[in-house]
Design a protein around this ligand. Structure first.
Ligand code: ADP
Ligand code: MG
Length: 334
């Protein structure tokens, strides 16, 4: 399918991320509904062509756990990727809408992500590099699929935003400068699963309420003053005070945004904490199998952390394979 920009009719905005935006479009010649991802890139034309070549890999990805791709093209100064439209959106949007996700669904998310990662790695030697709730999509058929995987090294290098790749889902070893490995994706999966099951991002253990955010700037100074001291009271797993934490959870959301560069001190501090503090845990209320699985994802030492293949052998993944949970019916409730 040779897709031209002028054949696409915009239907709606789907969202905005760090590197660009996504719109729902209709490909008029065929009537196909697609998601068009528009990425602003900062690269010379030889590099742009290289990016397009690298994106070809996406066409060769055929897995029920991976978003399919219709085509990519240049629309200066952007690169556009037309991908399968998922009508229930991404899991971050879903839990913000309906609250914590049913653990039966979280179990199936874990299984789909592992199968997707295994496919990408075994068949194409690709590491995903950006596992997070907004890159796990659902459709009303009940299919759960991965998108936004790192097919193109040149694209990653060329996205016109300095903070691309800085994510609060990053593993301790990545924060410390180690190369990406398939195990870094497993850490991000562990964080993602806790976030979905509890309905909140686990590294800022406090809910956001907008009521008293106005006075937050006042304690900015004191927050940073206390960095090198032992916190006197531990309101959160990281020993931040509640106000600082609330601001942090409001700001870090999923990825550091461009405008937030001036506020990035807390992100840096969060990264320090990921390296220093014990990993978060799922909690026993979700069952022993789930807890054991998430603990295996969140081993801080990558040598102790499991790979997608060995995680697929965990008891919780047997539950996923034997699951009779009706995701399609569940998806129809929101
Ligand atoms: P991020 O993943 O950091 O949120 P993106 O630019 O990748 O940023 O995506 C923005 C939003 O667009 C996502 O949060 C998701 O909800 C939505 N989106 C992305 N791809 C699709 C798709 N294929 N179908 C439906 N919605 C999508
Ligand atoms: Mg994305």
């Amino acid at each position: 399918l040779d897709i031209k920009n002028e054949d696409l009719r915009k239907l709606a905005d789907l969202g905005q991320g760090n590197g660009g935006s996504v719109v729902k479009v209709e490909h008029e010649p065929t009537g196909t509904i697609m998601a068009k991802k528009i990425v602003l890139i900062d690269a010379k034309s030889s590099v742009r062509k290289q990016i397009l070549r690298e994106l070809q890999i996406m066409h060769d990805c055929h897995s029920e756990y991976i978003i399919s791709c219709y085509g990519s093209f240049l629309a200066e100064p952007n690169i556009c990727m037309c991908i399968e439209y998922m009508d229930k959106g991404s899991f971050d949007g879903i839990y913000r809408k309906i609250g914590a996700i049913d653990i039966n669904v979280v179990c199936l998310v874990a299984h789909s992500v592992l199968e997707g990662l295994t496919y990408l790695y075994d068949v194409h030697r690709i590491i995903h590099r950006d596992i997070k709730p907004s890159n796990i999509l659902l459709n009303s058929e009940g299919s759960i699929k991965l998108c936004d995987f790192g097919v193109s090294g040149e694209l990653i290098n060329s996205i016109a935003n300095t903070f691309v790749g800085t994510s609060v889902y990053m593993s301790p070893e990545r924060i410390q400068g180690a190369e990406y490995s398939i195990k870094s994706d497993i850490w991000s999966l562990g964080i993602t699963l806790i976030e979905l099951a509890t309905g909140r991002f686990p590294l800022c253990d406090i809910s956001v309420d907008d009521d008293d955010l106005s006075d937050l700037d006042e304690d900015r100074e004191s927050e940073f003053d206390s960095h090198n001291k032992t916190p006197t009271h531990r309101d959160s797993i990281f020993g931040f005070n509640k106000k600082a934490n609330r601001r942090l959870s409001k700001r870090v959301d999923s990825t550091l945004q461009h405008e937030d560069a001036v506020n990035s001190m807390s992100i840096i501090e969060l990264m320090h904490q990921i390296v220093r503090e014990p990993a978060p845990r799922l909690g026993e209320q979700f069952g022993e199998e789930a807890e054991e699985f998430v603990d295996a994802c969140l081993a801080k030492d990558p040598h102790e952390r499991h790979t997608p293949k060995t995680l697929l052998e965990y008891r919780w993944m047997d539950d996923a394979r034997d699951s009779t949970f009706d995701v399609k019916a569940w998806a129809a409730t929101f």
